[in-house]
Design a protein around this ligand. Structure first.
Ligand code: UDP
Length: 413
């Protein structure tokens, strides 16, 4: 077993890594290409950064390509994102033209790579029209949708449908996210990488140093939400919830740590709204961290008593997985993939309102034992369900399926 695989085995057990190796054996040399629209920022980039090297280590010839666009393109895809999660918004005609033109231009750049790949995984709507641009493709193409499509704004879904219906299959994180499509739909929830800087164990001194760096008092409670500045993450709701809790827990510290993804044009505007809501409160820290501040985020999550993710819509919510993996109870919005991870009263609490978040924070901050008990369960729950090894196992099984037709068995011996 290679050094990297041995490190995974130490966290998840040798049997899990053996199964991965078994599935990978007959896929040796398979040409796999992932395509998305940003290399940093947001959950998809976070996953691919770790998944691609592990697939390579397992012998698959795996690449990751990123399409690039102009302002109109990103405005269009941000509107798609909002509309697909239910907002009644539609891109303008010129934005849709930019969407199609950018995909055509990227298809020209990527044509040789994509045409010859055995498997192409297209992530989210941004690069979805690439399929139609490369009719001479040889391999199997899968659309990996990370977004909750359960209640899309109809006109936008109607526009996107012809761009995604021609794929050989699609992947969703939860069954409730999927829409009816004329090809097989697979369910594969995301994961975190336990070996990554974002999630590895840290020495206590490093955690203390990050506390000091941001002037956080170790003798007072700290709650943290790590998120892009996006209204669906409800950062203002978090600020309001903490204001309510401070009536009973004076001095409660809140960190809202975020950055902007390069494909998210609304971030600056939301950040201004958040700063306004926080006002001059010295116990609310809004941190704008660079995209590679993984260890800092790791340390902030570990320094926290509770991790928050009070989203009002959420694909999966990797920050929830990250918080649980750090042994913290998570108070999360009762939506999307957060429901898969936060088991109410068990690994944390699901909430619908800032008031609900405040009640649960107050309870957890008053009960050390409950906090610790939930945190311990939280870590084990992630070990069993949401680490990268499980994720790649499911991808490899899916590759077997789409390559060999819908066979009932994959021989891994
Ligand atoms: N993240 C980060 N820096 C930030 C904000 C977020 O590194 O300033 C990371 C976060 O730790 C997580 C990912 O970006 O790994 C966000 O994924 P999630 O699924 O929670 O949300 P998305 O941004 O994809 O909606």
């Amino acid at each position: 077993m290679s050094e990297l695989l041995s490190k995974y085995a130490a966290v998840v057990g040798e049997d899990v890594v053996d199964q991965l190796l078994g599935l990978a054996r007959s896929l040796n040399g398979l040409k796999v290409v992932h395509v998305n629209s940003t290399r940093v920022g947001g959950g998809v980039a976070e996953i691919l950064t770790k998944m691609v090297p592990l697939m390579q280590e397992l012998g698959l010839d795996t690449d990751w390509e990123v399409i690039t666009g102009d302002e109109q393109f990103y405005a269009c895809t941000k509107t798609f994102h909002n509309a697909l999660q239910g907002n009644p918004v539609v891109p303008t005609r010129s934005q849709l033209d930019a969407y199609e033109a950018v995909n055509a231009a990227n298809a020209d750049e990527l044509r040789d790579t994509l045409r010859d790949a055995d498997i192409v995984v297209i992530h989210d709507p941004q690069p979805a029209p690439l399929l139609g641009q490369i009719p001479e493709r040889r391999g199997r193409w899968v659309w990996r949708c990370h977004i909750d499509l359960s209640r899309p704004h109809r006109p936008v879904w109607k526009y996107l449908y012809p761009h995604v219906s021609g794929y050989d299959g699609s992947i969703f994180s939860l069954s409730s996210f999927a829409r009816r499509l004329p090809h097989p739909c697979y369910l594969i929830p995301p994961s975190i990488d336990p070996l990554a800087d974002k999630n590895c164990d840290l020495p206590q001194e490093e955690i203390d140093a990050v506390r000091q760096q941001f002037n956080l008092d170790p003798d007072r409670f700290l709650v943290t939400q790590v998120s892009r500045f996006d209204r669906f993450k409800d950062p203002v709701g978090v600020i309001n919830a903490c204001k309510m809790v401070r009536r009973y827990v004076p001095g409660l510290q809140l960190v809202l740590a975020g950055g902007t993804a390069t494909d998210d044009p609304e971030g600056a505007e939301v950040l201004r709204e958040v700063q306004e809501a926080a006002g001059s409160d010295p116990d609310t820290r809004i941190l704008l961290l660079p995209a590679d501040a993984h260890r800092t985020i790791n340390a902030l999550q570990r320094a926290s008593d509770i991790v928050l993710q009070k989203s009002t819509r959420e694909g999966f919510g990797l920050t929830v997985t990250e918080g649980l993996w750090k042994g913290k109870p998570v108070i999360g919005g009762n939506v999307g993939g957060i429901r898969l991870q936060v088991h109410d009263h068990h690994t944390g609490f699901l909430v619908d309102t800032p008031e609900g978040a405040a009640v649960r924070m107050r309870y957890l901050l008053a009960h050390d034992h409950a906090r610790q008990r939930m945190g311990t369960r939280a870590r084990e729950f992630v070990r069993d369900n949401y680490l990268l090894t499980r994720h790649v196992t499911e991808y490899l099984a899916l590759f077997h399926t789409v390559l060999e037709g819908r066979s009932e068995r994959v021989e891994v011996a």
